[in-house]
Design a protein around this ligand. Structure first.
Ligand code: FEO
Ligand code: CA
Ligand code: CA
Length: 644
């Protein structure tokens, strides 16, 4: 989620609200001698060496067409990651449109307001004099494009293992998160004035499952009976250990509905989509007013609830979001979960998998052990919060054959990073006497995962964002920044941590063990002053061949906008290669790719923070049209593999 949200009058101080630490556990490992497993000097030297390879590339521009007017030059470079990176000079010519490395081209796909299927509703094109109705919004692509995954048509495939031309790379279902939109961006006013206004806001949030296809490289929305919108009002199910808990029921007896603030995501090996509920607390408030804060429970405080949330004001028109309404006392416990969606079966309800814990889930990456058990890696994005792992009890195929979900029966762990490069996965189980002292059962423990992790002495991190599994089974964790860290430790070596870092861990026991080793993969500030500069690593995806794609979220140095950068993780040192930069005040997030690896999709989130004087993208610059969050389709001009 955005790092500079407090520029919006509507969402007052929400940067602080969403990132302010709520961890008062005192889990602070002793500061140690800085052992970062990385030589910053050597990184700097490596960066300067490649900085000589700059190209005077024309800036890429595209509106409704692929920007392929630039000639394709030369053969596809050999090697993992040999494209000529976008230079700072070229990237900063015009920040009202994205810029892309010259060997690449992009196309805009599914901006906010696009009909979910061709012809079912009018497109909302960013005209500031009109706004979508709630009904229209429910049939359109939402806003706040974030985590996503492309599921090829006609194949139940394993996204982690199968690549190549035998799978469909021309048509599939795109599952895409709509993390958030500001009220001012969507409604053109600072706060909702009616239930209809709230319903518009609710309907632009959530998830889209949308069929997309291409004939000749140009992608578009297609018809499908499985295309659908999932919002905070869509019926959902709970499963796993907490599903039957009284703490997930309200005196009102209302059925479980919806998902919100869907940030990152991850596919499962059995072909479903996992969407992650992050800053859910911000949508709740208390009509009772400021005095409510004196009555906040420890449990509510640990998740950052308070009387005015992020200022969305839903509580004034929709009682579910009123923390002070005794009829809905446990509604807020129904959010903060990982939610499973079947892209190819619209009749199935989304399922909230409680065994994976309740935190501000950023994203999820699943590794498969040789015996078929899975390990799922998850970050809890808040300053001084933790890294988690879930391990299934059964091999995933066996669980499915027995009619179970691999995500319902398993163990949840939280990480302790030791300063010597080792670490422990500590199980969050009611069998642990320390946790049995605090919680009545596993359900209550899972609903209060953060407090359980505090009790076990987990290591507070610098905002764990995405996770991804590397070529050799190493797990990359983006730690985006932490302006409030005052005491460094080995795993969080910068204080304050202005630019973020990336850690990689390797588990014992073929992903299943409860110990790991770790090293710092990179510290972003070490690239300051070089051509490769970037900060605030956030979205992450590693392909099976050794490339690591990183999207950034934060003010970038040297006039750059947020970036998509690529690393060859098989190289001795990390060398960032800039593939794309976005537009003013946006965030580059989400990443998915077709099985043939020839087409990638990334998202431009909150372009211009919704301000038409900042950018009108994807419309042509006119100073008037409201900028719209959108997906970019990225291809190499020579048809080669993305990232090469
Ligand atoms: Fe939704 Fe932590 O980014
Ligand atoms: Ca993020
Ligand atoms: Ca972020």
């Amino acid at each position: 989620m955005i790092n500079n949200k407090n520029t919006d009058l509507n969402v007052t101080n929400s940067d602080d609200k969403e990132n302010i630490p709520s961890n008062t556990s005192g889990n602070r490992p002793f500061a140690d001698v800085l052992k970062t497993n990385i030589s910053r000097r050597s990184v700097l030297q490596g960066s300067l060496a490649t900085a000589a390879t700059t190209f005077l590339a024309p800036q890429a521009m595209a509106f409704d067409i692929l920007n392929e007017e630039q000639p394709s030059e030369g053969e596809a470079p050999e090697g993992l990651c040999n494209f000529a990176p976008l230079s700072i000079e070229d990237a900063t010519q015009d920040n009202t449109v994205p810029s892309i490395a010259w060997e690449y081209k992009y196309q805009v796909l599914i901006p906010w307001g696009t009909p979910l299927e061709p012809g079912i509703v009018e497109e909302y094109t960013g005209d500031p004099t009109i706004r979508p109705t709630s009904k229209e919004a429910s049939q359109q692509i939402g806003i706040g494009h974030d985590g996503m995954w492309f599921f090829p048509e006609d194949s139940k495939y394993s996204p982690y293992k199968e690549y190549g031309y035998e799978l469909n790379s021309k048509r599939g279902m795109l599952c895409i998160n709509h993390e958030f939109g500001r009220t001012s961006h969507v409604l053109g006013k600072s706060a909702p004035e009616s239930l209809e206004d709230v319903r518009v806001m609710q309907n632009v949030h959530g998830v889209s499952v949308v069929a997309i296809e291409t004939d000749d490289g140009w992608w578009d929305v297609a018809k499908s009976s499985n295309s659908r919108r999932i919002t905070v009002n869509t019926p959902v199910e709970f499963s796993g250990p907490a599903a039957g808990s009284a703490l997930l029921q309200n005196p009102n007896g209302n059925i479980p509905l919806g998902t919100v603030n869907n940030c990152g995501s991850g596919p499962t090996p059995w072909g479903t989509y996992l969407t992650c509920e992050e800053n859910f607390n911000g949508y709740f408030g208390a009509t009772e007013g400021e005095g409510f804060n004196d009555r906040l429970t420890e449990e509510q405080a640990r998740y950052g609830f308070d009387y005015d949330g992020f200022g969305y004001g839903w509580e004034f028109f929709d009682k579910r979001f009123d923390l002070s309404d005794p009829e809905y006392i446990n509604e807020s416990n129904r959010f903060g979960w990982i939610v499973e969606i079947d892209p190819f079966d619209a009749s199935k309800k989304p399922v909230k998998r409680t065994a994976l814990g309740r935190v501000k889930h950023e994203a999820i990456a699943i590794a498969e052990s040789a015996n078929g058990q899975i390990a799922a890696y998850m970050g809890d994005d808040q300053r001084f919060d933790y890294c988690y792992k879930y391990v299934s009890d059964l091999p995933w195929q066996q669980a499915i054959d027995e009619g179970k979900s691999p995500l319902d029966e398993g163990k949840l762990f939280v990480a302790r990073f030791n300063d010597d490069g080792t670490g422990e996965w500590m199980e969050l189980t009611i069998e642990d006497p320390l946790l049995a002292d605090r919680f009545a059962d596993q359900a209550e423990l899972l609903i209060n995962t953060r407090i359980a992790a505090d009790i076990l002495g987990a290591t507070p991190m610098d905002r764990p964002e995405w996770t991804t599994i590397g070529k050799n089974g190493e797990v990359y964790w983006t730690l985006t920044n932490n302006s409030r860290r005052t005491t460094p430790n080995a795993a969080n070596p910068e204080a304050p941590n202005s630019d973020g870092h990336i850690i990689r861990t390797t588990d014992s026991g073929d992903f299943l063990g409860n110990t790991f080793t770790w090293e710092i993969y990179l510290i972003a500030s070490s690239f300051r002053g070089t051509e490769e500069t970037f900060t605030d690593p956030d979205a992450a995806w590693a392909d099976p061949f050794g490339r690591l794609f990183i999207g950034t979220d934060g003010g970038q140095p040297d006039g750059l906008q947020d970036q998509l950068i690529v690393f060859d993780t098989t190289a001795e040192k990390p060398v960032p290669k800039r593939l794309l930069t976005g537009v003013n005040s946006d965030e580059i997030t989400g990443f998915t790719i077709t099985p043939d690896q020839r087409t990638a999709f990334i998202n431009i989130q909150h372009p211009g923070n919704g301000d038409p004087s900042s950018t009108n993208f994807p419309a042509k610059p006119d100073g008037i049209t409201i900028p719209r969050d959108c997906t970019l389709v990225i291809q190499r001009k020579d048809g080669g593999i993305i990232g090469s």
